[in-house]
Design a protein around this ligand. Sequence first.
Ligand SMILES: [Zn+2]
Length: 345
Amino acid sequence: MFFTTKRPFERYGVMRRAKPTNSSIVRYALIPLLLALIYNNCNLVVTSYQPPNIEDQTKEPDIAMYFIVIHNEPLPDPAFSELTLEKSYETLVEIVSQADQYNQKLTLMFTAQWVDGVFSNSSRKAQLETWKANGHEIAAHHHEITHSLWDGYTNTSREKALSTRTTIRSDGFIETYLGTMRDYINKLKTLNPDIQSGCLNGDTDPNVLVDEIIYSTCTDFGNSGTSGQRVRDRDPKKGINEFVGVGTINGIERRYLSHAQVSNSDLRAQAEEIYESLDADVAYGVVAHSIEENLGTGDLEEAQNLMEFMKFLHEKDPNGLRSRTVSGLIQSNALPEIKASTKSH
Ligand SMILES: [Zn+2]
């Protein structure tokens, strides 16, 4: 009984599988077709999908690292009456804008004159914050009493500073004494409370160098070949940094890089030639003023030459991946450290 009642169902089941209806034939026939279509579609997607080549955009090219320093001068000065802080600021805006376009990170070194003369304006201060956020470093620049354009700050007494200036300036103009180097750096700290890099035109002079500036780019010494070799400021080889110099001044350990001027077309061409000859484990540093003219020479377009050099770097490094700030380069430990000469010049 059990078997007789079960068998029809079993048979029924077999019969259902053995003799499908017309509609189920269509359904079953469609399944492989659909699977084939899905498979082909997937194949189509897989073969035609081109993932973005992320590696190429983040892989640093096998060329030397570089850093770009801008000196923002203490203006106005009667010796260069055609130069104003306002014009210099406009030039700086152009330089930073080009750097942003190239993803190059600048080290912007300001004299204290820029604090009140430019960045007291709230929208310009906000712009400076944007520059910082974009990766540019805000650093210090100083002209000591021995410089042709003194910025008014010194640790030398007011009387001695002013008498020194009378022997240096031939046009009878004497700059105003504005304060000590402590006053100077406190002013700059309103732009960057963590300021640590700079060029103080006396970077190995214990009487000039302030405690805050632990990364410096202005010594008389080069950073390639043998440590302690004096290299002229306008020698394009001064831009070669095979190592970071380390020395102690006023009881504080400081680190030094060196940079070359690219302020005219000759210097720029030489800098480009040297840069192309460097290995990838070396850094090349350049410096220019945020001015259109070469101070004291009458040559035009100092900033223009810098921007041409930036364009040259951009062609070598389209994504700016080998660009460094002064602090960034030193802190990356990409260069070996060598005991530096800190003899005053
Ligand atoms: Zn300067």
